[in-house]
Design a protein around this ligand. Structure first.
Ligand code: AMP
Ligand code: ZN
Length: 474
């Protein structure tokens, strides 16, 4: 079995072949080149955005789990209508404004245990590459100027519309759009470069002063970082049209080669069944959830474990269930760490572990079916717990199981493996006391931080009717 991925461009499940040339062994493939549309840094990212960013993280982690190497870029959109408006409102420079939200974004990525990628290009640092694309398009007669802005003439690019399937829709050739976002009902020529407006930052270019349209930055960064066709381009489904459609048009028309092999789009997150919006009061940033006392691990679990092509209905119930699921995993790790008795390796344990890894991989290989993979993981947890119950697992076996959990956690990134304990009983109880106090004061973020600190040090807390108990592992 090989990894297959659904390609939005062909609307088919396709075997994944990095570089486009099949190889005998996974190790023989060149690094998988991935580009993910990143955040527009004008505010805090919301949990819908983080669904997509957690998916990007899972994708790269899973590719590495399968033996590929990855070369991954995610852009930071630091110039657009919203960032410019924000900087003006706060009376600071665009860079000061976007630096603030870029730093917050990176903190949030860390909180969610999202691995750093290899490249984080900023739009404002990619202007030369944008100029290069526009110059190529100009030579081919595919652009025109109107009121100081430069537009791409979509009627001259015959493949326009293939990704979003707008081919047979009413293309208003010669009509233009300045806004970065618009709907399929309004397919028009889009702005590559926008004429300067009062109070807006601008750059001097061979075609006059101005600032980039939104779509051009991703094409420019892909070209600068990777130089040629890339393997995977990701983003949320809202980006298929017009953003990704326009990226394809610019890049392929400028450089006469395919832009991307696999287009991968993540379905949206809904909150309690509705589209998230500030006016409905169901709009949450990551920090909103942390303040309500939810742990980053539970949030990561919930965002990660739904299939990326299905809408994810975020509910607080779901978040509580995620926390429960993590508790089951923590308890297994604790039980395994508690096993002291040694014996020669039990072949049954080894077989069970290997069977789990095989069926997990086969399942997730099918269009990155992590939801199915999680189901198989919990069956495995159940089987191992049953073996512990019947004393069939020795210390050596337990270590083997832990190594399998560590392997699978290179994909999940939500299992805690406590370090050796170096706290004494009084210190642990003082921390529990402090946590109880924080909970009484409804300072759930602090309470949670203490719980996680103890967990990291090898202590699991269990809140019971009689109070908080702890289990110590060595
Ligand atoms: P933005 O900062 O608005 O450019 O969005 C960053 C990423 O989040 C993009 O890939 C969007 O497609 C994605 N995104 C936006 N809203 C949602 C949502 N509700 N659910 C999942 N992904 C989203
Ligand atoms: Zn983009």
């Amino acid at each position: 079995m090989a990894l297959t991925i659904f390609n939005t461009l062909t609307r088919r499940l396709e075997p994944f072949i990095p570089g486009g040339v099949p190889k005998e062994k996974i190790e023989d493939y060149p690094p998988v080149t991935i580009y993910s549309c990143g955040p527009t840094v004008y505010s805090y990212a919301h949990i819908g955005n983080f669904r997509t960013f957690v998916f990007n993280d899972f994708l790269r982690r899973y590719l590495k789990f399968r033996g590929f190497t990855v070369n991954h870029a995610m852009n930071i959109t630091d110039v657009d209508d919203k960032t410019i408006a924000g900087a003006l409102k706060d009376a600071i420079t665009l860079r000061e404004y976007t630096d603030k939200y870029t730093n917050i974004f990176f903190e949030d990525l860390k909180t969610l245990n999202i691995e750093p990628v290899e490249h984080y290009p900023r739009a404002t640092e990619s202007i030369d590459a944008m100029i290069d694309i526009i110059a190529h398009l100009d030579k081919k007669g595919l652009i025109y100027e109107k009121d100081g802005s430069i537009y791409f003439s979509i009627a001259k690019f015959h493949r326009y519309g293939r990704l979003s399937n707008v081919i047979n829709m009413d293309i208003k050739a010669g009509a233009r759009y300045d806004a970065d976002e618009y709907t399929k009902e309004d397919i028009r020529d889009f702005a590559l470069w926008k004429a300067p407006k009062d109070n807006e930052p601008y750059w001097d270019t061979p075609f006059g002063k101005g600032r980039p349209g939104w779509h051009i930055e991703c094409s420019a960064m892909v070209r600068t970082i990777f130089g040629t066709t890339i393997d995977i381009h990701t983003g949320g489904v809202d980006l298929i049209f017009p953003h990704h459609e326009n990226e394809i048009a610019q890049s392929e028309a400028a450089y006469d080669e395919p832009f991307v092999r696999y287009w991968v789009h993540v379905e949206h997150l809904l909150v309690e069944g509705s589209k998230m919006s500030k006016s409905l009061g169901n709009f949450y940033t990551l920090r909103d959830l942390l303040l309500k006392g939810y742990s980053p691990r539970a949030i990561r679990y919930l965002l990660l474990t739904a299939h990326y092509r299905k809408q994810l209905n975020f509910t607080f119930d779901g978040l509580n269930q995620a926390a429960q699921a993590l508790l089951r995993i923590d308890n297994l790790v604790a039980r395994l760490n508690d096993i002291k008795q040694d014996a020669s390796p039990n072949q049954k344990v080894i077989d069970q572990c290997n069977a789990f890894l095989t069926s997990f991989t086969e399942t997730v290989d099918d269009d990155l079916n992590i939801a199915g993979g999680i189901g198989i993981f919990f069956d495995f947890i159940h089987d191992i717990n049953t073996m512990i119950d019947s004393n069939s697992i020795s210390k050596t076996d337990a270590e083997y199981v832990i190594s399998v959990l560590k392997k699978v956690d290179t994909v999940f990134g939500f299992i805690f493996f406590p370090e050796a304990v170096n706290l004494n009983k009084e210190e642990i109880e003082a921390l529990i006391e402090e946590r109880n106090k924080a909970r009484k004061e409804k300072n759930f973020a602090k309470a949670d931080a203490i719980r996680d600190e103890l967990l990291q040090k090898g202590i699991i807390l269990q809140d019971t009717k009689e109070g908080t108990r702890w289990i110590l592992k060595s």
